[in-house]
Design a protein. Structure first.
Length: 342
């Protein structure tokens, strides 16, 4: 800890912020920490502390550059030490969507429209062929992420590891659905596009009024992915009418998209993402001592079930009904007593 503190102090001094006052900001599910820096002259910035080997700041810098280059509002990187895992970032403020909507509920629909417009702008301007250094959400990764359910949630619910046969059937069932996710165009997927990672910047014009955070896990993936993440938020129920309005807004902006293919890809991406989240929440509780995430398990199961209702996911729905039926899905999970395969 002392060595890390010295590295941070040296980085701040070298970047001209050595005399700044420091205040902790909210963290997240990773090893990253954030601090707001206030210089004696009133300037503000954000320090990202992402200690190696657990974290790597280079993907964040790469994606931030892409987004700002396209006219979107990601934090500018003011200074960086990649080896130490330290970034000095533009401070976009504290007006996250969750805070603004809690204080002013009448802004819910306009802010969600704005977040959809930011995706429309991104998808119109981004060219995947120019950014092949960004990792792809390919089938191998999609399957590996899905298996997190078997590594963590299965043993938490059933008291032992998933049998090899059940695991093989799961992979086959999920793999059978993935072609539907590939039937739509590919774009830059920010991966965690939801209310906690979006800011309202009313002083900026158009889609730039939507500030973007926490995009270091961005991948090349199907165009519905981020819109699905926005609407199928595990921490906040987006009214169904509003969710449908946002889908319609997006489709109207891209009239050449086949709507049936888009909705199938949306459902498959939603199932894949939220199955991964089910495993992640149990892993966070057991491995990382963060049981708070278990409070969102019921909501996440409900989202998975909603997606499994799409015909593109019939095989996977049958797998769940056989191996993890509805009554088992809502069983309480003890974060301490857990047998896993990892």
């Amino acid at each position: 800890m002392a060595e890390r503190s010295q590295a941070i102090a040296g980085f701040m001094e070298a970047s001209g912020w050595g005399a700044a006052r420091r205040a902790n900001l909210a963290g997240d599910a990773s090893f990253r920490r954030y601090e707001r820096l206030t210089a004696p002259d009133g300037r503000v910035a954000v320090l990202m502390d992402a200690p190696p080997p657990h974290e790597d700041v280079r993907p964040f810098r790469r994606v931030a550059g892409i987004l700002t280059g396209l006219g979107l509002s990601a934090p500018r990187v003011m200074a960086a030490d990649d080896e130490a895992g330290l970034l000095l970032l533009e401070d976009l403020g504290d007006d996250t969507y969750n805070r603004v909507i809690a204080a002013r509920p009448e802004l819910e629909a306009p802010l969600y429209d704005l977040a959809t417009d930011a995706l429309i702008m991104l998808h119109r301007r981004f060219r995947p062929a120019l950014h092949q250094q960004v990792a792809r959400l390919d089938d191998a990764r999609a399957l590996a992420e899905g298996e997190r359910l078997l590594d963590w949630t299965w043993p938490a619910l059933k008291g032992g590891p998933a049998p090899a046969g059940a695991r093989a059937e799961f992979r086959e069932s999920l793999a059978a659905a993935l072609p539907a996710m590939r039937a739509v165009p590919e774009t830059l997927v920010l991966f965690d596009y939801h209310q906690d990672n979006l800011l309202w910047l009313p002083g900026r014009d158009g889609a730039a009024a939507c500030g973007l955070l926490d995009f270091q896990d961005a991948v090349l993936g199907p165009v519905p992915f981020d819109l699905m993440s926005l609407i199928q938020d595990v921490r906040r129920v987006v009214p169904p009418a509003l969710g449908e309005r946002l889908i319609r807004r997006y489709l109207d902006a891209f009239p050449r998209l086949d709507e049936a293919e888009f909705r199938a890809a949306y459902a498959v991406a939603g199932a894949q993402r939220n199955i991964r989240i089910l495993g992640t929440f149990v892993r966070l509780a057991h491995r990382d001592g963060k049981p708070t995430y278990l409070g969102w398990m019921d909501r996440t199961w409900a989202i998975v079930e909603e997606n499994l209702a799409h015909p593109a996911l019939d095989d996977l729905r049958r797998w769940f009904d056989h191996y993890l039926p509805a009554d088992l899905r809502r069983r309480a999970i003890d974060p301490v007593r857990l047998v896993t395969t990892e």
